[in-house]
Design a protein around this ligand. Structure first.
Ligand SMILES: *Cc1c(COP(=O)(O)O)cnc(C)c1O
Length: 414
């Protein structure tokens, strides 16, 4: 049996039609849709919201607003390298706090240990859509009087004890990038309870030019439409999968690199000029048109997570994420951890499954961030062991069950 692909974008034919219509009619930059989107965020529990070109830019602006140059930001090393760069570009110093094995999220006890008189902020990441322990982390930050930033780029729609992540600290950040559960191909959001901070950020963002059309179309056509065609199941099963499977099993780098993200992290000490952009009304309309479906999609992913959770319960070699059905985990994937990841992935490919490793690195030991190196044993081990089992809404229970069957077979379980 041929598999469904490891991921599909959250893009629909009508999104491409809307983009084409806006570009041809010149409507791309017209409309008050960014303001409408910001109002929609208020209805979701954020006092103030500001649209940004990308989530990473919102992180950068948050650090600049909250942290004096030279001070420290305590954060997880298990995240995309550009998040670390946004801290450095804002003049702050990253301090890596180790993660918990089971959740892949920063360990609150480590945060508590690392806060000192030089700490300017704590930034937590809700990785894979799993909420950090915000009760505990918020209490630590309040007690030590340190600003709290939430990177909820992978967790738009996740709740902790019923409250949306992103709304617990001084700033929350969401992403509407190409691989996220709300896809405007590019886009981010900063939310905050502080009116004055929001105004300051808004002033700066409004001084930036809109995203250039050429750059945006490159993202939509080369990044989006080409991926959507290649992962369209009839084509994927008959052609795309065979090509990538061949590349994987024969170790052909040129093919494997096509599906590897953040391959060669580099330090950035100053903000790339192309990051100084603002969101266009077209992007805001794409986000607005997808908000109503977010919770249904989370429900679908939770249901699939439950299948994996039960199917792998008696395989001791597999470390499973916690099963949460209260929306405190939205399972962008179902991330399992195994010590023999390379061998398991090869077995899955041999048995015609399409499953990927998590490509995130332990930034605390990346050569480019050597100035900030810290020993983070859990992040070290986790970065070598996470396998992302697909959960996306258009995936099928049958494919999830096939993944389980092949993983069980690998570990000698029938
Ligand atoms: C995707 C992502 C970002 C960056 O989002 P952009 O909108 O691409 O800038 C930041 N943090 C995490 C954890 C992410 O997954």
């Amino acid at each position: 049996m041929q598999p469904l692909p490891r991921y599909r974008l959250y893009a629909r034919a009508r999104d491409y039609a809307a983009i084409a219509g806006d570009v041809l009619s010149g409507r791309r930059l017209r409309g008050d849709d960014c303001a409408r989107l910001e109002q929609a965020m208020q209805a979701l529990g954020s006092a103030h919201a500001v649209c940004t070109s990308q989530a990473r830019m919102a992180i950068h602006l948050a650090i600049k607003a909250l942290v004096e140059p030279g001070r420290k930001v305590v954060l997880s090393p298990y995240t995309i390298s550009d998040v670390i760069n946004m801290v450095i570009c804002a003049g702050a110093r990253p301090v890596f706090a180790d993660i918990e094995r089971e959740t892949c999220n920063v360990d609150p006890a480590q945060i508590e240990k690392l806060i000192d008189a030089d700490t300017g902020a704590v930034m937590v990441t809700h990785l894979h859509g799993l909420a950090c322990d915000m009760g505990r982390i918020r209490a630590i930050c309040r007690e030590r009087n340190v600003p709290l930033i939430e990177d909820a780029a992978q967790a738009f729609g996740t709740r902790f004890e019923g409250q949306r992540v992103g709304t617990f600290g001084d700033v929350g950040i969401y992403s509407f990038g190409r691989y996220k559960n709300v896809n405007a191909f590019f886009g981010g959001m900063l939310v905050t309870p502080h009116a004055e901070l929001a105004e300051r950020v808004r002033k700066e963002v409004e001084s930036f030019p809109a995203h250039p059309l050429r750059h945006y179309l490159k993202e939509v056509v080369l990044g989006g439409a080409a991926t959507d065609v290649a992962t369209w199941p009839p084509l994927f099963k008959s052609l795309t999968y065979e090509i990538f499977r061949f590349g994987y099993l024969h170790d052909i780098q040129a093919l494997n690199n096509q599906v590897t993200v953040d391959m060669d992290p580099q330090i950035k000490r100053s903000l790339p000029p192309e990051y100084r952009r603002r969101m266009t009304p077209l992007q805001a309309r794409l986000v607005l048109s997808q908000l109503a479906q977010v919770d249904d999609f989370i429900r679908a992913r939770i249901a699939r997570a439950r299948i994996y959770h039960e199917g792998l319960a008696d395989v001791p070699e597999v470390l499973r994420p916690p099963l949460r059905t209260d929306f405190s985990h939205m399972y962008t994937y179902y991330p399992i951890q195994v010590d023999d990841r390379g061998a398991l992935l090869r077995h899955l490919m041999t048995r015609r499954r399409d499953v990927a490793q998590q490509h995130l690195k332990n930034c605390a030991e990346e050569p480019c961030f050597a100035d900030y190196a810290r020993d983070c044993p859990n992040a070290h081990r986790t970065a070598k062991s996470v396998v992302l089992l697909p959960t996306y809404p258009r995936y099928s229970d049958r494919d999830a069950e096939q993944n389980i069957r092949v993983i069980r077979e690998f570990y000698g379980k029938s």
